[in-house]
Design a protein around this ligand. Structure first.
Ligand code: AHG
Length: 337
């Protein structure tokens, strides 16, 4: 049987990228491959979620008498496990854990990177078989190599990200990651168990017709946000419309769709939650980085998301991200002259 060499796996791709940088140590490639491995394991469990639910296993014990973990805890443990046992990560911060974790062993202390992640975003959608995802972000340490990572490594602004990505567990499973060189998407081929390059060099269309926001919160948004949403509803053929509202409350799927098709995603602050819902380090920074590399834009309504200097691990921020021209139009509402 002829082997199709046109298919490039995630591992081959990251190795090939390395060849262009003879001085590179390969640590980042290792780390991305580790995340790919965790994603495959999480994918297997996500695909079984309906079955497990029918059997009523979650939160109970299995036949071996072991406690069956909830899917988000399982995903967290997979991400942490591969990174802890790999050779490229000095510590992690996770949306699922109160504090960051420093691995503090001989190999990890020599590792250049730390990783922040939301192991399973949109997990309230699991029960109803809607797409969910994993989001990750990689930073080069600022603390001294050879010593344990410190809090300063985790509290860096998003503009210091070295790489960021996400996995969407949808009608197919895709891993998309960005470095400063570009954004590339890999679709999991279940027949060989490999992520294969399917969306090389993704660019977000400069304009689109999709807007994504929770309309249920409309009356809690600030007036400029309401005015922009109303303008989206009023778009017609004469001014670039009509627009269509698309929002499934799974940010990974919502932003992925808008990245590919062109669109804008918003999670503004509300009167009862001025900082919004989304976390700067685990959700907003990675998507802001990916979108900017792809040619789009991200803001908190007042400034570039990537320039926010975080003060705490689980900090939240209003978030607007998407096609550059749509973001520019939004800004005319948020910053009226
Ligand atoms: P969770 O992981 O708790 O389901 O949260 C999902 C996040 C994000 O993915 C999504 O865009 C947003 O919360 C949806 O929030 P609303 O339901 O408030 O619109």
């Amino acid at each position: 049987m002829a082997i199709n060499r046109k298919v490039q796996t995630l591992d081959e791709f990251t190795l090939q990228q390395l060849r262009d940088f003879p001085q590179a140590t390969g640590e980042l490639s290792n780390l991305l491959r580790d995340i790919g491995l965790a994603a495959k394991r999480i994918n297997v469990e996500v695909n079984k979620a309906g079955l497990v639910d029918i059997l009523g296993d979650y939160g109970t014990t299995n036949v071996q008498g072991e406690e069956v973990k909830k899917l988000d805890i399982f995903a967290n443990n997979q991400m942490m496990g591969v990174l802890q046992h790999g050779v490229s990560c000095a510590g992690i911060g996770s949306e699922e854990m109160d504090e960051f974790v420093v691995f503090n062993d001989e190999i990890s202390n020599k590792s250049k990177y730390v990783c922040l992640f939301d192991p399973l975003d949109g997990s309230s959608n699991i029960d109803v078989n809607v797409s969910i995802g994993t989001i990750f972000s990689v930073y080069r340490r600022v603390s001294e190599l050879g010593k344990p990572a410190t809090e300063a490594d985790f509290l860096q602004p998003g503009n210091k990200q070295v790489a960021a990505g996400y996995v969407v567990y949808g009608s197919s499973t895709m891993l998309v990651y960005a470095t400063r060189r570009g954004v590339n998407g890999f679709t999991l081929d279940p027949s060989i168990g490999e992520f294969t390059l399917s969306h090389p060099d993704i660019k977000c269309p400069p304009n689109g017709k999709l807007y994504s926001v929770n309309h249920g919160n409309f009356f809690k948004y600030e007036e400029p946000v309401k005015a922009y949403i109303t303008a989206c509803q009023k778009k017609d053929k004469t001014n670039g419309g009509p627009y269509t509202q698309r929002y499934i409350a799974s940010m990974v799927a919502d932003v992925h769709r808008n990245l590919i098709k062109g669109g804008i995603f918003m999670y503004p602050g509300t009167s009862d939650r001025p900082e919004g819902k989304l976390r700067l380090l685990y959700e907003c920074n990675p998507f802001a980085f990916i979108m900017e590399v792809a040619g789009g834009k991200a803001s908190n309504g007042k400034q570039r998301v990537l320039d926010i200097v975080p003060t705490k691990l689980h900090q939240r921020t209003p978030f607007f991200v998407g096609s550059i021209e749509m973001m520019q139009e939004l800004e005319t509402y948020l910053k009226p002259e």
